[in-house]
Design a binder for this molecule. Structure first.
Ligand code: NAD
Length: 479
């Protein structure tokens, strides 16, 4: 099946006439083509967005809200179709697509459809000067949204929804590795009555289509989620053009386990936080530090649970671990397992490709636990972004805090303890943007979302996203 760009409310082939293969990760087959859109395609999308902006920016909040909520309802009504498409395109278990990815994409539209009606700005009475200042928050104009493959529609809509809610028009590009649900979104937007040109979706490679969006002189803000190296490249291009930038980048998150935690809950959650979505979530806890007194017991229990995870075809309801997203990604993850061995890491379970009967060319890998001797080894410092975690014991709070922070990334961290004083201490000392205590991935869409250090710049979520997608203008009136 061939995918088309969505420009000015219409699905169309790229001007570039350039196409790339779309692979199905569960069987390794090419199952369609996607446009590799050129500068000319991006320009066309920009012109359509620019034209739509005049009216859309003047639409009442109630009308915008109603359309966003309608998109959300239509996604819910099409849950099965979207979940199947996401699972096939990405390799993730259908159960996950049905309970997490698509429902969350629907929530993104509902949340920002409601949030925009509550978004307010400040005013400052300048006492003694007979003046009042207020902040006018205006949409930026045409903005660019670029998203990755791991949570395709979930992260694509996490940007688009606040951008259009705030009155902007959008040129968006999903990952070329997982374009399918973004393609399907176009028709839903039309059905919901989103005026043509408000959302334009161009498909293609990062270095062609993505770069053309970032380089476009009139696209004034870029919201990007993806790898740290790509984020740095985007910043190099966008900074001299003084574009507003939101960068959500890589992570290598610590999962810190103290002996005084609720053990069974910790164990269950740690299996998910390590391997959900084949470990391909930027928030996965891929560095597990365990207090020495429970280390041996944890090791036995964790390995037992992980060995029981069923690797299989993503369309099967019993599958817990589906296929990795692509062949190059599988090869990258396998190369880290080799690096672990040369670094003296001990593979406690997994480490090998899995052959799934009938789907022998699919990109399957066993969930893998590596016991490392030092936190400084490469498998513990570099983002692997697959079903691979490291484990090692620690003795003191100070030791584990130092190891947790001694890394270039700073996205999220999880702490397992029932000690309040320790919790408060860690909440202040950990260099991360998101800190979970006795839980993982519990999300409230009002909260600021993002990382520090090499994990990104800026925050998404709630009013933070609406602030990003608007320009603040101070108006001072003397009376
Ligand atoms: P990626 O950086 O390779 O690609 C992300 C997107 O950027 C894709 O759409 C790609 O086509 C585009 N792109 C690539 N080069 C570009 C360029 N030069 N200019 C403009 N666009 C370009 O990342 P990926 O492999 O798709 O995703 C995995 C990465 O995303 C991991 O590092 C992961 O941690 C990160 N991630 C971060 C978050 C977060 O919220 N912080 C969430 C999910 C994923």
């Amino acid at each position: 099946m061939n995918i088309q760009n969505f420009i000015n409310g219409k699905l169309e082939n790229p001007i570039s006439k350039d196409w790339i293969d779309n692979y199905c990760p569960s069987d390794g087959e090419v199952y369609g083509k996607i446009p590799n859109s050129s500068k000319a395609d991006v320009e066309k999308a920009y012109q359509s967005a620019k034209t739509a902006f005049k009216q859309w920016s003047q639409t009442t909040l109630e009308a915008r809200s109603r359309i966003l909520i309608k998109i959300s309802e239509l996604l819910e009504a099409n849950l099965q179709r979207f979940a199947e498409a996401e699972s096939k395109d990405n390799g993730k278990p259908i159960g996950l697509a049905k309970t997490i990815d698509i429902p969350r994409a629907a929530s993104n539209f509902r949340f920002f459809g409601n949030a925009i009606t509550q978004f307010a700005s400040e005013s400052h009475e300048s006492a003694g000067q007979n003046a009042i200042n207020y902040t006018l928050r205006q949409p930026i104009g045409v903005v660019g949204c670029i998203s990755p493959w791991n949570l395709p529609l979930y992260l694509f809509t996490w940007k688009i929804a606040p951008a259009i809610a705030a009155g902007n028009c959008v040129v968006a590009k999903p990952s070329e590795v997982t374009p399918m649900t973004a393609y399907l979104l176009g028709e839903i937007c039309n059905e919901a009555g989103l005026p043509k040109g408000v959302l334009n979706i161009v498909h293609g490679l990062g270095t062609t289509t993505g770069q053309a969006i970032v380089e476009h002189p009139e696209i004034k803000a870029i919201s990007f989620t993806g790898g740290t190296a790509t984020g740095a490249q985007i910043a190099r291009v966008a900074a001299p053009m003084f574009k507003k930038l939101s960068l959500e980048l890589g992570g290598k998150n610590p999962n810190i386990i103290f002996a005084d935690c609720d053990y069974n809950e910790m164990l269950e959650t740690t299996v998910s936080s390590s391997f959900a979505n084949q470990g391909q979530i930027c928030l996965c806890g891929s560095r597990i530090f365990i207090e020495a007194s429970i280390y041996e017991a944890f090791k036995v229990d964790f390995v037992e649970k992980v060995k029981a995870l069923k690797v299989g075809h993503p369309a099967k309801n019993t599958t817990k671990i589906g296929a990795l997203v692509s062949k190059p990604h599988l090869e990258k993850v396998l190369s880290y397992i080799d690096i672990a061995k040369t670094e003296g890491g001990k593979i406690l379970c997994g480490g090998n490709k899995v052959v799934v009967k009938g789907f022998e060319n699919g990109y399957y890998l066993e969930p893998t636990i590596i016991e490392v001797k030092t936190d400084e080894c490469r498998v513990n410092q570099e983002e692997i972004f697959g079903p691979v975690v490291t484990i090692m014991p620690f003795k003191t709070e100070a030791d584990v805090l130092q190891m947790a922070n001694k890394i270039k990334y700073g996205l999220s961290a999880t702490l397992w303890t029932n000690n309040l004083k320790r919790t408060m201490h860690f909440s202040k000392q950990l260099q991360v943007g998101i800190f979970w205590v006795n839980t993982w991935m519990l999300r409230d869409l009002r909260t600021p979302f993002g990382g520090v250090k090499a994990s990104g710049v800026g925050r998404e979520g709630g009013f933070e996203a609406l602030r990003f997608f608007t320009e603040a203008k101070n108006v001072c009136i003397k009376y």
